[in-house]
Design a protein around this ligand. Structure first.
Ligand SMILES: Cc1ncc(COP(=O)(O)O)c(C=O)c1O
Ligand SMILES: N[C@@H](CCOP(=O)(O)O)C(=O)O
Length: 468
């Protein structure tokens, strides 16, 4: 399998190189050159497989000959062996039609672990054969940061610099990052929003001199391997509910459009997905884009679902690439216009095309709190604010009542226990595996949200510097 850039001019890469590379050199994102296809028989054959075996089947076409099948299986077994549930991503039934897909059984209690535990192992495996040290730079609104740090702390040949927005992540999220004192882990609180952090990461990649000198790499969902690993649980859940003989809809709490893009990829691979519900909080650029064609950036409003307080959704570019007929030059022009004006009007024909698979909803603070309360009272499930947004959107969706709806439960409620307690009166406990968080020493730098300040900070600390 080869990977091409959404903007058409960066060199195509194989799986190993796409995993170690962040943003493409032309500023685009890497996508598979073509979508592997699973026939209904191939999907039926997944029934009864363990999560690890499903992962091998679904990911093998993307990995190609970069890893042998046994080796891929061993890496998956190691990554998912760290989850505290045998099913890795268990399904929980709420009522006759609604299900939760619990994605928070990994070490840092959010869906990010599913991909990042594997990515950490892939980095180690691919770097073991190279005389190279990487500098991973990342931006987090709270969950990617802790999952990436857990996956990379103490690993040879990698430094990780993680930018989070000062004061805009939950106390549990911050401490999960800042109490990891491994020498290769560097936390930076920036005086700005997640969008500022993400823009700084992209600006570091665009600074080709800096990117080359420090051998930058990415753990955000701009890295294709992240999305690849997330495709697996769409297959795993749908097959358990009777696919390919029964289509399934998914409601996805959405910020950077990575998780829901993995669902789109699953559909392109042949999984019968009835609908993907893009559930946003009041930072609703994606809802406006899909419902009205208005992809224009507003100011970020802090909410009780902080991981989704995002305006510029990186992975929307991957969908736009397909909506532009995979014409990289045309998309590069569209993105240049968007980057200059912060607005993009999506033509009706593209919107109609997207609407064949996607629908969307914007859930405000009251809707989110109500969904948490209802889940607790009616189904005995304590859910986190992000999951609540997904569930509220699922309840409001206008879909065939025969189609089951799986809402992705993207974080453990204890990560956001103040918001959960406010809505439900119940204060969820942190699982034992993250105990002691509030007794540990924290370490992080606070910096202004400027490229100069961040690059200078990294340059002083990164191991990977190649002489200029
Ligand atoms: C708990 C949680 N839910 C939902 C999201 C949104 O996912 P995505 O950015 O892939 O759209 C995030 C952040 O990515 C998150 O941390
Ligand atoms: N919500 C995310 C934001 C970064 O998203 P990513 O999927 O691109 O890494 C977070 O928790 O950090």
């Amino acid at each position: 399998m080869r990977y091409i850039s959404t903007r058409g001019t960066a060199p195509a890469l194989d799986f190993e190189n796409v995993t170690l590379t962040g943003l493409a050199a032309d500023g685009g994102l890497y996508v598979p050159e073509s979508w592997p296809r699973f026939t209904p028989e191939a999907i039926r054959a997944l029934a009864g497989l363990s999560y690890v075996d499903t992962a091998v089947e679904v990911m093998a076409p993307f990995v190609g000959d970069a890893l042998g099948r046994d080796e891929l299986r061993a890496l998956c077994a190691e990554a998912y062996g760290r989850f505290d549930h045998e099913a890795v991503t268990p399904l929980v039934q709420l009522d006759g039609r609604n299900w939760l897909l619990e994605l928070f059984h990994g070490p840092t209690l959010a869906f990010k672990d599913v991909a990042l535990q594997l990515l950490g192992l892939l980095f180690e495996r691919f770097l073991s054969q190279r005389d190279t040290h990487l500098t991973v730079v990342g931006a987090t609104s709270g969950d990617t940061g802790s999952a990436a740090i857990d996956a990379l702390a103490g690993r040879a040949k990698v430094d990780i610099f993680m930018l989070h927005p000062l004061g805009r992540v939950s106390d549990v999220q911050r401490r999960q990052m800042t109490t990891v004192l491994a020498p290769n882990v560097h936390n930076i609180a920036i005086e700005g929003s997640f969008d500022d952090a993400q823009a700084l990461v992209k600006a570091m990649f665009a600074d080709r001199d800096f990117a080359g000198r420090f051998r930058l790499s990415a753990v955000n969902s701009i890295n294709w391997a992240r999305l690849m690993a997330q495709i697996v649980y769409y297959f795993y859940a749908a097959v358990r509910l009777g696919t390919p003989d029964r289509p399934v809809a998914f409601s996805v709490p959405t910020g950077n459009f990575g998780d829901v893009f993995a669902g789109y990829a699953a559909a392109r691979m042949g999984l019968p997905v009835a609908k993907l519900i893009v559930a946003t909080n009041v930072n609703d650029i994606l809802h406006r884009a899909l419902a009205e064609g208005d992809y224009s950036v507003g100011t970020v409003t802090p909410t009780a679902a902080p991981s989704m307080d995002i305006q510029v959704s990186s992975n929307f570019e991957r969908l736009l690439f397909d909506l532009h007929g995979r014409d990289g030059a045309a998309l590069a022009q569209t993105m240049a216009g968007f980057e200059a004006t912060k607005r993009l009007a999506i033509p009706a024909a593209m919107r109609d095309e997207a609407a064949r698979l996607f629908t969307s909803a914007r859930i405000d603070a009251d809707g989110m709190a109500l969904a948490m309360r209802h889940a607790a009272e009616r189904s005995g499930q304590v859910i986190d604010p992000h999951t609540a947004i997904g569930l509220a959107a699922a309840h409001g969706a206008d879909l065939d009542p025969q189609v089951p709806i799986v809402t992705l439960a993207t974080a453990h409620p204890a990560k956001f226990r103040d918001a959960v307690e406010r809505a439900t009166g119940q204060r969820p406990n942190l699982p034992a595996r993250v105990g002691g968080l509030f007794e540990r020493e924290e370490r992080y730098a606070t910096l202004p949200a400027t490229l100069e300040a961040i690059e200078a900070h990294i340059a002083e600390r990164a191991t990977a510097a190649v002489p200029a």
